[in-house]
Design a protein around this ligand. Structure first.
Ligand SMILES: [Zn+2]
Length: 308
């Protein structure tokens, strides 16, 4: 397996309020884990700046302009109660989108079997017309649309194992059966969506997990809901919204996963990508707020991507 890793120093310059969990140190912690020699074979590439027009794949132009107009010259501007923008946030967000789209290009061009994008800000809470939950634009949704437009594929599966439901991705693809959105997440928890009976056009598969559950329930949700949905859908590309806040150390939720669970889920999705999508798999960092839990889990995920 050739695994590519996208990162960029601009991601450290998207600033949040002091004490905010979604902070630049998350990426510094991950970089440190990836210094280990087991990651020597990673194909490390600096993220390219994205094309602004691709934002419109998932969001209206009025929204794009609204976000742009909020970028301050100094300090922070609040976009919603827990989401801020700083002077470099536009460039960071556009570079997160650029890396997600480049990752799609890489797996279709055969430059990599799979790709991990270590970016911020995250994206899965960003709805068509609303930035929220630390997210400005929906990176996964834009990348899925990019794959359909640039490579003419019909079916993309987005699997979201962040502990929070990806209300934004669900919103964007609610009536679009060409994209399967499947999610495990704690319920009840922010943002409140993600019930089993939210099924969109039959393309939304939610597998909510009760607080204080762990590996067994997570794997059961994968085995009974997520993986069968993928098998029925037969995606030509698999995108993972890879949040690591279901880790037992995470301060924002009460699901008790371990690094090994992310390794396992990665392997299961790689198998499906192998069966239906010529291995094409793109993984985008979403949440994960305990520096150790997030960085070790992402490390286990990336190690599995490399190992097959
Ligand atoms: Zn999350």
């Amino acid at each position: 397996m050739v695994t590519r890793l996208y990162s960029h120093p601009i991601y450290l310059e998207h600033l949040t309020t002091i004490g905010h969990p979604e902070r630049p140190d998350r990426l510094r912690a991950l970089s440190k884990v990836l210094e280990d020699s087991t990651f020597d074979a990673l194909d490390r590439v600096q993220s390219p700046m994205g094309d602004e027009a691709t934002i419109l794949y998932a969001h209206p132009e009025t929204f794009l302009e609204r976000v742009r107009s909020m970028i301050p010259e100094t300090g922070l501007t609040r976009v919603d109660s827990d989401t801020t923008v700083s002077p470099k946030s536009w460039e960071a967000a556009l570079t997160a989108i650029g890396a997600a789209n480049a990752a799609v290009d890489d797996v279709f061009a055969g430059r990599a079997d799979n790709v991990f994008v270590a970016s911020r800000p995250p994206g899965h809470h960003a709805e068509r017309d609303k930035a929220m939950g630390f997210c400005l634009f929906n990176n996964a949704a834009i990348a899925a649309r990019h794959a359909q437009k640039a490579y003419g594929i019909e079916r993309v599966a987005i699997v979201d194992w962040d502990v929070h439901h990806g209300n934004g991705t669900q919103d964007i693809f609610w009536d679009d059966p060409s994209v399967l959105y499947s999610s495990t997440h704690q319920m009840p928890l922010y943002p409140g969506t993600g019930a089993k009976d939210e099924t969109g056009a039959g393309n939304i598969v939610n597998a909510p997990l009760s607080p204080q559950t762990g590996s067994d329930h997570f794997r059961e949700a994968f085995n009974t809901r997520i993986l069968p949905a993928i098998d029925a859908f037969q995606p030509e590309l698999v995108i993972i919204s890879a949040g690591f806040d279901a880790h037992h150390r995470d301060p924002l939720a009460e699901i008790n996963l371990f690094e090994d669970d992310f390794d396992w889920a990665t392997g299961a999705l790689m198998e499906r990508a192998g069966s239906y999508a010529s291995n094409r798999l793109v993984s985008l960092l979403e949440g994960g707020y305990d520096l150790k839990g997030m960085s070790l889990s992402a490390g286990a995920h990336i190690r599995r991507l490399m190992g097959g």
